[in-house]
Design a protein around this ligand. Structure first.
Ligand SMILES: Nc1ncnc2c1ncn2[C@@H]1O[C@H](COP(=O)(O)OP(=O)(O)OP(=O)(O)O)[C@@H](O)[C@H]1O
Length: 253
């Protein structure tokens, strides 16, 4: 059975000024798959992730060459609505970054930005998103209290709920559990398993066990290049490239 490709990059180069941070990266993401991006610090994982929803556009002096597609359409097309792209390709960052607003308003925010005004519909979507992010039961009695009063793990699940509220098709996660304790990390990993039923997920992680646990496919980056990508189990047992093997067995990184 051939799987459907949800997103892909072809020959992607990325520059910060004169510095070429990504070199000719071609990678495809199967729909409803979790892909882990791994590699040593500074190899370009976060830069690559940010190319997938044009977050790098916000950094002055940067340039992209090559192609990135979502459902076969070029996301760098000059006619493309970037706000709509970021609705379809959501993002969760390393450090939980809730807005200094109530729990409810954090999740409602994106809905309002996208033009939803009906109060009942907003409340319905907020609850559904919090449930989807496995947070609702913990916060249902304090929806109108500040999000900053939540634990780090709860804040991260709130950020996931905020991303889910606008019904993305792809979720980019940049080391979403690296600031969390083991129990909060486990909750995020369990959540990833559930979310992939409806989403295509691309996750940057430094944690090899986490990559092995959560992902279907793993891609290894080194100095701005994609060295190899394969089914996670194969990558962790029989990688083709020596550099991949050295990295996953902890010989460098
Ligand atoms: N805003 C920026 N301006 C200039 N260079 C940058 C910028 N952001 C990243 N870089 C450089 O681009 C390269 C790739 O960085 P990137 O953050 O994508 O790597 P990474 O693999 O995600 O690293 P880490 O695992 O440490 O987060 C590095 O050499 C980094 O110094």
């Amino acid at each position: 059975m051939t799987e459907r490709i949800k997103m892909a990059s072809k020959g992607l180069d990325f520059f910060y000024g004169d510095f070429k941070a990504l070199k000719d990266v071609s990678l495809a993401f199967g729909e409803n798959r979790v892909t882990a991006l791994i590699g040593p610090s500074g190899c370009g994982k976060s830069t690559y992730l940010r190319c997938l929803n044009r977050m790098n556009d916000l950094i002055a002096g940067t340039r992209v060459d090559g192609l990135v597609t979502l459902d076969d359409a070029d996301i760098y097309d000059s006619d493309l609505d970037v706000v709509d792209l970021r609705r379809r390709v959501g993002m969760v960052f390393q450090k939980p970054n809730p807005f200094p607003k109530t729990i409810f308003e954090n999740v409602a925010y994106g809905l309002r930005v996208n033009g939803m005004t009906d109060k009942a519909r907003i409340a319905e979507r907020v609850e559904a998103s919090l449930r989807h992010a496995a947070l609702f039961d913990e916060v249902k009695d304090r929806l109108h209290e500040s999000a900053l009063g939540l634990s780090g793990g709860q804040q991260q699940r709130l950020c996931i709920a905020r991303a889910l509220a606008v019904e993305p098709q792809v979720l980019l996660m940049d080391e979403p559990a690296s600031a969390l304790d083991p129990i909060a990390t486990q909750k995020i990993e369990e959540l990833i398993h559930v979310l992939k039923e409806n989403l295509t997920i691309i996750i940057v992680t430094h944690n090899m066990q986490q990559a092995a646990r959560v992902s279907d496919v793993t891609a290894f980056f080194y100095m701005g290049q994609l060295i190899e990508a394969d089914v996670t189990q194969t990558m962790f047992t029989r990688p083709r490239e020596k550099r991949t093997e050295d990295y996953i067995t902890g010989r460098f990184g």
